[in-house]
Design a protein around this ligand. Structure first.
Ligand code: UFG
Length: 329
């Protein structure tokens, strides 16, 4: 049986496809290539160029293939963009989930592993954040992911589709051998933006605020390696296969690193100086976001391997230095 990976040509989805192949599973990908890359998917993987909001193509995929479960990454995922274009996020993410779940009900697909986010919590009330903490999203992106979780919950009650929702913190890094990695245009996240300086694609990195109540004044985040994340999805899939109930898990490394620490670590990994400009705070940035991943470790048996800044940044650097133009190289 196959595993349908929605959004499998994107950054995290493509690392998931890699992991599935490594585990001798049969991944099938649907991706509309809005932000994903066809080249990120090996030729041997069956690929559908399409949108999950298209019920006709989903019907075709579920009819043509013997699908055991769905792993769902297909969504818009930029916080700032979601504030400017909330309806884009509600349409692509929430309506996309509606069409996907309808197709799963119609074709009797009983399992889904879902890509959720720390953004479902909003401003944290305590650190480390636990799954049982309140969810008060502070932007439409987080709201859409929380709504998608609730949709799965009610569809589970009515139709028996079991789900695992994985709330990621700050995802970074790349496959160890550097054949795939992060490639967004424009780059939107801290690690690839820092690495654009040694790549000579930008003159300096602007640190958004150095007056936070943290050890060095810059924001603290919990960086989790994309390969560890893919491993957690695999464990979540097997957990559902074993007949367990639906659940929600945080995925972080349990370590908080500041923006300054990440830049210093990138200087070491690249062996180059990285020019820093101290800028103003970015609206909506909490000072600290650190996950408790204790539940994923205890229940799923997940153990992240890349827990140091160096391990995360050096794999990202390995990808970026060999692919300075992403998948166009
Ligand atoms: N930062 C800078 N300069 C930059 C870019 C980022 O100083 O040029 C700082 C940010 O202010 C923040 C940290 O680096 O403190 C990380 O920023 P990212 O934009 O890489 O990531 P966020 O923490 O904003 O976002 C992450 C996920 C989102 C998720 C959010 C939850 O990427 O998907 O956490 O709040 F929604």
């Amino acid at each position: 049986m196959s595993i349908l990976v929605c959004g499998g040509a994107g950054y995290i989805g493509s690392h998931m496809v890699d992991k599935l192949l490594e585990e001798n599973e049969i991944p099938i990908v649907i991706d509309n290539l809005r932000t994903g890359h066809r080249q990120a998917i090996p030729d041997k993987v069956k690929f559908y160029n399409g949108d999950i909001r298209d019920a006709v193509i989903l019907d075709r995929i579920f009819t043509e293939n013997d699908i055991d479960a769905v792993i769902h990454f297909a969504a818009c995922s930029l916080v700032g963009e979601s504030v400017e274009k909330p309806l884009l996020y509600f349409n692509n993410n929430i309506y996309g989930m509606q069409i996907l779940l309808e197709a799963m009900v119609k074709h009797h697909i009983g399992k889904i592993v879902f890509s959720s986010s720390a953004a479902t919590y909003g401003e944290p009330q305590r650190i480390p954040i636990k799954e049982s903490d309140p969810t008060e999203p502070t932007n439409p992106y987080g709201e859409s992911k929380r709504t998608m979780e609730k949709m799965m919950k009610w569809v589970n009650s009515a139709h028996g589709i079991r789900y695992i929702s994985l709330r990621y913190f700050n995802v970074a890094g790349a496959a160890e051998d550097g054949h795939i990695g992060e490639a967004h245009t424009p780059e939107s996240h801290l690690v690839p933006i820092i690495l654009q300086v040694p790549l000579k694609k930008r003159a300096a990195i602007t640190v958004y605020g150095s007056d936070y109540p943290t050890k060095d004044g810059t924001c603290i985040r919990d960086y989790v390696h994309v390969v560890d994340l893919a491993d957690a999805h695999m464990k979540a899939l097997n957990y559902l296969r074993q007949g367990n109930s639906s659940d929600i898990f945080n995925l972080g490394s349990g370590n908080g690193f500041s923006v300054k620490e990440m830049i210093d670590s990138a200087k070491k990994a690249t062996g180059q100086d990285i020019k820093v400009i101290i800028g103003k705070r970015r609206a909506g940035d909490p000072a600290r976001l650190v996950a408790s991943s204790e539940k994923a470790e205890r229940v799923l048996g997940w153990q992240p391997k890349y827990t140091s800044m160096e391990a995360i940044i050096s794999t990202a650097w390995n990808w970026h230095k060999t692919h300075p133009n992403g998948f166009n190289d």
